[in-house]
Design a protein around this ligand. Structure first.
Ligand SMILES: C[S@@+](CC[C@H](N)C(=O)[O-])C[C@H]1O[C@@H](n2cnc3c(N)ncnc32)[C@H](O)[C@@H]1O
Length: 322
């Protein structure tokens, strides 16, 4: 029997209208990443993780299989929280070791209620593990961890989620993580490492015969429109990801094949798209390990260990709060 997730924001993150209006008013309108994770989007993301060209999930799973015992021993905390836990399939590989060593409370933080319920069910057979899902955005989850003021905590940020932010958003989030953790607490971050553009453009677009990426990206705008009383001409949009080498970022966009006006009555806004205009539906920043260390170290977190695959594609990086 698993408990329902704790509701941190009363589901209000979907209706953060000021934030949504501001993003839609930018020169390149942006839909927040969490809008991609309603029930349909979460299911589509799971399909993406199984695409033959999407190497990130397989790389991360292989690292956790290979080094999970060592990583869990270093985490060694009675509480393990996870930002953007999703299905938590890979996290289980770590939690098996953590909960075998000591009673552990797992605190997954996610906007997807469906995934929180599913991930708790997935862990139900692990003796020594208690799961309390925290339903809300990262910031609300971190505030809850801080205010609980309880036992030491290891925060996991897996799935290369740290890259799904702009540089400013990332700095603000890392500052919040730094302010939440107490001396001795840990942060385990996974990051996709910089590679030639062609590798990313193959990985972040659908291979022939698949459409999970396109449907996932279209669902961001469709979900937004459904929520605010509008409708989208989905056939009039084309989903493509491009790698910006100057910024080391994969930029996922919807491009208008023809003019359309998306009226959003609940937001009191319209999104005017002329043929050739685009909307951003997600960034995936890529990292050199040194840059990640520098970004994180600014917030009082010291690099302690790292595990990178033999081909130097992907890494897990452990930081400690001094
Ligand atoms: C790229 S998926 C990764 C899922 C999982 N960590 C994995 O590796 O398979 C991102 C997850 O983060 C959640 N998410 C995205 N933005 C979020 C936010 N601001 N606050 C809380 N959860 C968020 C999504 O619902 C989704 O489950």
């Amino acid at each position: 029997m698993t408990a329902d997730p704790v509701e941190l924001e009363q589901g209000s993150f979907w209706d953060d209208v000021d934030d949504l209006r501001a993003r839609l008013a930018e020169p390149l309108p942006r839909i927040p990443p969490w809008f991609g994770y309603d029930a349909l989007g979460s299911e589509l993301f799971e399909q993406i993780t199984e695409l033959p060209t999407y190497y990130l999930t397989r790389c991360e799973r292989a690292l956790l299989e290979r080094y999970g015992t060592d990583i869990a021993a270093r985490l060694d905390c009675p509480r393990v929280a996870e930002l953007g836990s999703g299905s938590a399939k890979k996290t289980r590989l770590l939690l098996e070791h953590c909960s075998a060593a000591r009673p552990t409370t797992y605190l997954p933080i996610d906007v997807s209620h469906e995934m929180l319920v599913l991930s708790a069910e997935r862990m139900a057979d692990l003796p020594g593990l208690t799961v309390t899902g925290l339903w809300g955005r990262y910031e609300a989850g971190l505030d809850r961890l801080r205010d609980d003021g309880g036992a030491p905590v290891a925060v996991l940020f897996l799935g290369a989620n740290i890259g799904n932010t702009t540089a400013d958003e990332r700095a603000a989030l890392l500052a919040r993580i730094g302010a939440t953790l107490r001396p001795g607490d840990a942060l385990l971050v996974s990051a996709d490492l910089v590679k030639p553009a062609g590798v990313f453009e193959t990985c972040y677009n659908d291979p022939p015969g698949h459409d999970a990426f396109a449907r996932f990206r279209l669902n961001h705008l469709d979900h937004l429109a459904r929520r605010f009383g509008g409708a989208v001409d989905l056939d009039g949009l084309h989903a493509v990801a491009h790698y910006d080498e100057a910024a080391d970022v994969v930029d996922g966009r919807l491009w208008a094949r023809r003019d359309q006006t998306v009226v959003l009555p609940g937001l009191e806004r319209t999104l005017e798209l002329r043929r050739g205009d685009s909307v951003n539906v997600g960034f995936s920043a890529k990292f050199e390990p040194d840059r990640l260390h520098t970004d994180v170290a600014r917030h009082g977190l010291r690099a302690e260990a790292e595990w990178v695959d033999d081909e130097h594609r992907y890494g897990l990086f452990l930081f400690r709060r001094d």
